[in-house]
Write a protein that binds this ligand. Structure first.
Ligand code: ZN
Length: 510
């Protein structure tokens, strides 16, 4: 999570672009048998999916099943060239459709026919196919492109991180724009084949499994091949390119574990390993609470010292910035990012306004881990968190259920978000609470959810009206009152987990 372009900076100029490119409105439908075929003229696909925070993220008119992202990268110059093949289905009759993308496009073909393209808005590629697209049609969209992602700026910003020895394509919610054309919203998940040719000696880590070792290519190069067979949101696809030590293993349940450690970590390396190598153990523990692990592989990537400062729950294999290891091993950040595999990755936000469904839950997983580790019960962490923010602190003015586009990763979404789940647990009792969590992940597996749907499920399972609780904790400014547990005369004792939880949240949020 981290670093978001606010809606204001990428605002919609796009309906205009769509209209411009609508072609010949009212063009007669073809007729064959003497009577007119009743058919509306194909329309431009919408330039966004109507997200309440980021209205121009994603696109309308089609649904992607698969991305084949085939790249060539030069660490010395940050030059990225590639061909992405998108398998999609049209959901409307289309005269044009958009992809979200920033690099220079050399050509686009739609079902083999050359298409014309133009750019619009902050990150829109408008594709005009040679033949109109009909609803239900299978589309094979081939985009050839090149560019220097670190120099492809939107309002001065790039989500691509160039490092001394490579690059990281790791960011939320914007990441794909800098390396593959896409329908960039969690509402349109797909599977992925990602392959990258780099100079031999450079490593490339991505999502899912590595079906074969790197293939030698001409010019002393190697092509790394990765495959993701579970539906994946675009922002959860990633690449880490550089100098990495790769550790592979198999879990007791038979899943591949692939971890990677930047060689730049130096003295931070052992703490990174002592944390990330516990991935399979933590996934196993979380599976007992959240339900079956949803994906085909596990792992983690310890990023380089000059890479990202945050961590991101990239699917099957989170990426961690170096700061998490400065005080030694930190299993709290690992617990947090792995909890996202259920809350965020398998069950994704239907709209970015619902970010609490990701960050509140991943943060509460840390509290449960604290209790499991004997470093403070969830109640003790609640009491201390609650007391650590005075009632007049600005913290209490941010609504975790609707923080606003510029505050999607505000600390309140994490800390007050976790407090909300603890209050829910107290209200419904442990039996209902620990039934709600795996029911949510089972019913919405590989899909999307909203806060309102989570509240409805909680009410269904508990039989309680929870409107006051959700309204008070997620949607009302100010510090809520809590019952006696946190109101003892003596200030709460700092749980032993607190320093690492606080430090992790400081790095994750901003
Ligand atoms: Zn998170």
């Amino acid at each position: 999570m981290r670093r978001v372009l606010t809606a204001a900076t990428t605002a919609l100029t796009l309906t205009t672009a769509g209209t411009m490119l609508a072609g010949t409105p009212g063009q007669a439908a073809p007729t064959g048998w003497g009577r007119p075929v009743v058919s509306a003229a194909p329309q431009p696909g919408a330039p966004g999916l109507g997200d309440s925070y980021f209205p121009d993220y994603g696109n309308g008119g089609y649904d992607v099943e698969h991305y084949d992202v085939r790249l060539r990268y030069e660490p010395a110059t940050d030059l990225l060239t590639g061909t992405t093949t998108i398998l999609a289905t049209a959901t409307a009759d289309l005269s044009t459709f958009n992809l979200d993308f920033l690099l220079d496009v050399e050509s686009v073909r739609v079902n083999g026919w050359a298409a014309s393209t133009s750019t619009a808005g902050a990150h829109e590629l408008v594709v005009t196919p040679a033949r109109t697209v009909t609803r239900g049609q299978q589309l094979t969209i081939v985009v050839r492109y090149s560019g220097v992602p670190s120099e492809a700026l939107v309002n001065g910003y790039t989500g691509w991180t160039r490092t001394d020895d490579g690059a990281l394509a790791v960011n939320e919610p914007e990441s794909a724009w800098w390396w593959f054309p896409s329908n960039d919203h969690p509402l349109d998940k797909a599977t992925y084949d990602i392959s990258v040719s780099v100079p031999t000696g450079v490593e490339v880590i991505s999502n899912g499994v590595q079906p074969r070792p790197p293939l030698a290519e001409a010019g002393n190069r190697s092509r790394w091949i990765w495959r993701t067979t579970s539906p994946t949101a675009t922002y959860l696809a990633f690449m880490a390119i550089g100098q990495y030590d790769i550790v592979t293993d198999t879990t007791p349940s038979g899943q591949p574990v692939i971890n990677a450690y930047s060689t730049s970590l130096g003295a931070l390396g052992p703490a990174a390993r002592a944390s990330i190598e516990r991935t399979a153990e933590i996934v196993d523990w979380e599976s007992g609470i959240f339900g079956p692990y949803p994906f085909e592989a596990q792992g983690g990537v310890a990023g380089p010292v000059d890479g990202i400062s945050f961590a991101l729950e990239t699917q099957t294999r989170p990426v961690y910035g170096p700061g998490f290891w400065r005080r030694g091993a930190n299993t709290y950040v690992v617990t947090h990012e792995l909890a996202h595999q259920w809350f965020g990755d398998s069950v994704s936000v239907a709209d970015w306004r619902n970010i609490w469904l990701n960050e509140g839950f991943a943060s509460y997983a840390e509290w449960l881990w604290s209790e499991e580790q004997g470093e403070g019960t969830a109640q003790e962490v609640f009491d201390f968190t609650y007391a650590s923010y005075p009632a007049d602190d600005e913290f209490w003015q941010v609504l975790p259920g609707d923080p606003g586009a510029a505050r999607v990763f505000d600390n309140a979404v994490y800390d007050r978000g976790a407090m909300t789940l603890h209050q829910l647990r107290l209200a419904v009792g442990d039996d209902a609470f620990f039934e709600i969590l795996p029911t949510w992940t089972a019913e919405r597996r590989y899909g999307n959810g909203t806060i309102e749907q989570f509240q409805a499920l909680s009410e269904r399972i508990s039989g309680l009206d929870l409107d006051d609780l959700f309204t008070t904790w997620l949607f009302t400014a100010g510090r809520p009152d809590v019952a006696s547990a946190a109101r003892k005369a003596a200030p709460p004792v700092e749980p032993r987990s607190w320093a690492k939880i606080r430090e992790s949240h400081h790095l994750m949020s901003h």
